[in-house]
Ligand binder design. Structure first.
Ligand code: MRU
Length: 345
């Protein structure tokens, strides 16, 4: 087995410390760790996807608040004013991933009680630890869904690179593998930024788990042909009724699964649930730079002057979802009451 990747996110030192991020834009070619010591650099890293995946963005942003209040006035009101301004700038960096807002709001609440950088660092570290624990619990609850000999399809990257722990959908895969079941994985390449081809293929192959990459357009057809036993995907935000926003290209897999009777599971920690939004129609969908679509690896592929639509996510309606795997167990439809109960716990 090849060596493990460096940690996705690491805070080094005390309140005067810095954040280390494994730069995911460089993978799989280079394992480069970025040292981030100011909030502007962190926001840029989040926007260009050096750190990505909803839970990982939340953890990184929480630590980003520590970086952002270093120059804050020491009086309560001055400190809170700067904290809120930094939180607003971080919140705008990736609008669909609710874990980002969830982590920032948790830190803001902690600072209402104790407005200091030390209390922020404590809260950020406990968010980090909670995400690790949730990923572990997700793996434990979901592993039984994968039968021996299965072919699993997944999309985007939902592993250690996307979270603080083992992942979401990939945490389930890792847990089933550790339990001794053997299977193989089809990873959708995930245009335009290729998180599946670059990151999921890297994480699974490092663990010795058989993985093949397929073009996104091939996914629904492979499901229709009976070549896929189940689909496991993550989510960036799950509305109160179970509608789930995930990387663009997820919805077409769910439609194909429904047409062929293939189980389609969404896997996410409770920090991804958002009862503030009743349905998926309310979920803000991040529109990214058109150049991500019109260029490939920095080379223009569309004719000059042609623009693009680049929504980073789509929403899978709850009626297409066989089950939602969370750290608190596997939810079966109807989801509304169960999601509300999990949040109020
Ligand atoms: O744009 P990304 O790479 O941050 O998108 C990530 C995903 O879509 C994941 O599926 C998602 O964040 C949830 S699982 C960790």
């Amino acid at each position: 087995m090849t060596a493990r990747l460096p940690e996705t996110i690491r805070w080094v030192g005390g309140v005067d410390g810095h954040l280390e991020l494994l730069d995911q834009t460089q993978l799989p070619q280079r394992e480069q760790v970025l040292c981030i010591d100011n909030v502007g650099d962190l926001i840029a890293a989040i926007v260009r996807l050096s750190v990505r995946g909803a839970p990982a963005i939340g953890v990184a942003a929480a630590y980003g608040l520590v970086l952002g209040v270093r120059s804050a006035p020491s009086d309560r009101e001055g400190f809170l004013e700067q904290l809120r301004a930094v939180a607003a700038a971080l919140r705008a960096a990736r609008p669909t991933a609710v874990n980002l807002a969830w982590a920032l709001d948790r830190c803001l609440r902690a600072c209402e009680v104790t407005p200091t950088a030390a209390s922020l660092l404590y809260e950020s570290a406990s968010i980090h630890a909670d995400e690790v624990a949730m990923a572990r619990a997700i793996g434990m609850h979901g592993a039984a869904l994968i039968p021996d000999g299965a072919t699993i399809m997944t999309h985007c990257n939902t592993g250690r690179l996307a979270t603080a722990g083992d992942g979401t959908a990939l945490a389930v895969v890792f847990a089933a593998w550790r339990e001794g079941r053997r299977f193989d994985v089809l990873a959708g390449e995930t245009r335009p930024l290729l998180q599946g081809a670059r990151l999921t293929a890297l994480e699974l192959s490092r663990e010795g788990i058989p993985v093949r990459v397929c073009a996104d357009g091939a996914g629904p057809g492979l499901i229709q042909r009976g070549e896929v036993d189940l689909v496991l995907v993550g989510a960036d935000r799950i509305a109160g009724n179970g509608d789930a926003a995930n990387k663009v290209g997820t919805y077409s897999l769910a439609l194909a699964c429904a047409a062929r009777g293939v189980p389609f599971y969404v896997v996410a920690p409770t920090s991804t649930l958002d009862v503030g939004m009743a349905t998926g129609e309310e979920i803000p969908i991040e529109e990214r730079d058109a150049l991500e679509v019109t260029e490939l690896l920095g080379e223009r592929i569309a004719p000059e002057g042609v623009g693009a639509r680049n929504p980073a996510f789509d929403v899978t309606p709850h009626h297409l979802i066989t089950g939602i795997v969370t750290d608190a167990g596997v939810l079966s439809p109807p989801y509304s009451g169960q999601i509300a109960a999990l949040i109020s716990r």
